[in-house]
Design a protein around this ligand. Structure first.
Ligand code: FES
Ligand SMILES: [Fe+2]
Length: 440
C-alpha cells in the first residue's frame, strides 16, 4: 500500500478518515504496528520452559513462548503449511505446538520439528528449513520483565524507543520490595465499537473527567456524606478525584514526546486529593505502614521514599500501552478493525509487599479499568458514540488544538509540557502518527 497519509492529521486537527477508513487502518497496521516496538507479554506470565500466551502485535496474532533454554520467542500464530491458527488457547504450557489441521509440529522456539507422513512431499519440505518455521518477530527484547517485540529488524532499539518512558517501568518495578512484578490473573478483556486511538487519546485527557464521569462523581459525593466517620473505600476517592475543579486539574503537569509517548502527574492520592506531592502518597494505615517498612528494609529509607513518592498517573507508551506505576495498572489496546478495539486490562503484584497491597491493586482495577467500572463504561460509551457519529456525518475535522501554542519545552528533557487540560498528549501521538504514516 502506498500513499502519504500525513495530510489527514495536520497540526491541531485530524480528519475523520483517520478513525473510520479501513485503508488508513491497514496502513497503520503496516507502518506503525509493523515497525515499532509493541508490548507482547510480561515475563511473569510465562515463567517456566514451555509456558506460552497467545497475543497480538497490532492485528497480527502471535504466540509468545518460553523455550527449553529459558529464552522467550515471539512468532506468528499461523501454520506455515496451509495457514491454520496453530494455537487457540489463551495461555498454557506445552512441549510443542501441533497444528490441528494436518499435524505439523513446532517447538516452543517456533521451529518446525516434524511433519507427519513427510514422504508425501518428495523431500521438498523438511524440518530445518527456516522458511517453514513459524515466522518469528524480527526483534524481541525485555525491559525489566516487560517483553516487547518488533516486526521490523530496523529502527530504534527498545531503549531508544522507550526513552524517558523507561522511568515509568522502573518505578513500577522498584515499587516492589523484591524488585519484581507478577501479573495478576484477574485481568479483563473488553471490546468496543471504536478506533484504537480513541482510548489512547482519552487516557491522558483530564478535561473530560469532571464532565463525562459526572454520575459517579455525584454518587460518590452523596455516599461520602452518609459515611459518618467510616473509612472511605479508595474507589470513592477515585470517583471524586475525577470531579476536581478544572482550576486544580490545570495544575497537573502533562508531558508529551515526539515519539508519541506522554504522561501526566498524579492528581489524587489515597486519603487526600493533591495535585503534586513528594510524600509517599499513601494514606497512613497498617497496610501502608507494613509496605513502607518493607520498602525501607529493601532500599533504605531515603530511596524508598523517593520511589513511593514518584507521583504520576497514566503513562502512554506509543502506540498502544498505558501504564500506571503508582497503582500497578496496565491497559493494552488491541486494534481489530478501524471501528473495533479490544482493551486488555491487568494489574500487578508487587513481589515482597504485603498481600493487602495486591488486594488494593485488584480493587483499583475493578473500580477503574474493568468492564463493570462506572468510569470505564462512561468512556466506552463516548468511544462508541464518536465512532458512530464520525461514520454517519459529513463533517470532516476533529479539533485537537486545546493548549496549542502554550506548550513549553522543559529545560532538561526532550519533551514539551503544559497544563493538565491541554490536548498536548494527543498532538504528541499525531506527531508520531504522521512520521510513521507519511511513508510506505
Ligand atoms: S495447516 Fe497446519 S498442518 Fe496443515
Ligand atoms: Fe474517562
Amino acid at each position: 500500500m502506498d500513499g502519504n497519509f500525513a495530510d489527514l492529521a495536520p497540526e491541531g486537527r485530524v480528519s475523520k478518515r483517520v478513525y473510520t477508513d479501513s485503508e488508513v487502518f491497514r496502513a497503520e497496521m503496516d507502518r506503525i504496528y509493523g515497525r515499532t516496538w509493541l508490548f507482547v507479554v510480561h515475563e511473569s506470565q510465562i515463567p517456566g520452559p514451555g509456558d506460552f500466551v497467545t497475543a497480538h502485535m497490532g492485528d497480527r496474532p502471535v504466540i509468545a513462548a518460553r523455550h527449553t533454554d529459558g529464552r522467550i520467542h515471539v512468532f506468528a500464530n499461523r501454520c506455515t503449511h496451509r495457514g491454520m491458527q496453530v494455537c487457540a488457547a489463551r495461555r498454557g504450557s506445552n512441549r510443542q505446538f501441533i497444528c490441528p489441521y494436518h499435524g505439523w509440529t513446532f517447538g516452543t522456539d517456533g521451529r518446525l520439528a516434524a511433519i507427519p507422513r513427510a514422504r508425501g512431499y518428495g523431500g521438498r519440505l523438511e524440518p530445518g528449513d527456516p522458511g517453514l518455521d513459524l515466522t518469528p518477530a524480527a526483534r524481541v527484547e525485555s525491559y525489566r520483565g516487560f517483553v516487547f517485540a518488533s516486526r521490523s529488524a530496523e529502527g530504534p532499539s527498545l531503549a531508544e524507543h522507550l526513552g524517558e518512558m523507561s522511568r515509568a517501568i522502573d518505578n513500577m518495578v522498584d515499587r516492589a520490595p523484591a524488585g519484581s512484578l507478577e501479573i495478576a490473573t484477574s485481568g479483563f478483556r473488553q471490546e468496543y465499537a471504536g478506533n484504537w486511538k480513541l482510548h489512547m487519546e482519552n487516557a491522558n485527557d483530564l478535561m473530560h473527567a469532571s464532565i463525562t464521569h459526572v454520575s459517579s462523581i455525584e454518587s460518590a459525593r452523596e455516599v461520602t456524606g452518609r459515611l459518618d466517620g467510616e473509612e472511605e473505600h479508595h474507589a470513592l476517592q477515585m470517583f471524586k478525584g475525577n470531579g476536581l475543579p478544572l482550576s486544580l486539574m490545570e495544575k497537573v503537569e502533562i508531558h508529551g514526546f515526539a515519539g508519541g509517548h506522554s504522561f501526566m502527574g498524579g492528581f489524587y492520592t489515597e486519603g487526600a486529593i493533591t495535585q503534586k506531592t513528594d510524600a509517599p502518597g499513601t494514606r497512613q494505615d497498617p497496610v501502608n505502614a507494613a509496605y513502607e517498612a518493607a520498602m525501607g528494609g529493601a532500599y533504605g529509607e531515603e530511596r524508598a521514599r523517593e520511589i513511593m513518592g514518584w507521583d504520576t498517573f497514566n503513562h502512554l507508551i506509543y502506540p498502544n500501552l498505558v501504564l500506571n506505576p503508582k497503582h500497578q495498572q496496565m491497559r493494552l489496546m488491541q486494534p481489530v478493525a478501524a471501528d473495533r478495539t479490544i482493551v486488555h486490562s491487568a494489574c500487578f503484584r508487587l513481589v515482597g509487599a504485603p498481600e493487602e497491597m495486591h488486594a488494593r491493586a485488584v480493587s483499583f482495577l475493578n473500580a477503574l479499568n474493568s468492564p463493570a467500572s462506572q468510569i470505564t463504561s462512561d468512556d466506552i460509551a463516548v468511544f462508541n458514540g464518536i465512532q458512530k457519529a464520525l461514520r454517519d456525518s459529513d463533517t470532516e475535522w476533529i479539533d485537537l488544538s486545546r493548549g496549542l501554542g502554550t506548550d513549553h519545552r522543559r529545560n532538561t528533557e526532550e519533551s514539551v509540557g503544559d497544563i493538565g487540560t491541554s490536548e498536548l498528549p494527543l498532538r504528541a501521538q499525531y506527531t508520531a502518527w504522521r512520521a510513521f504514516m507519511a511513508e510506505p
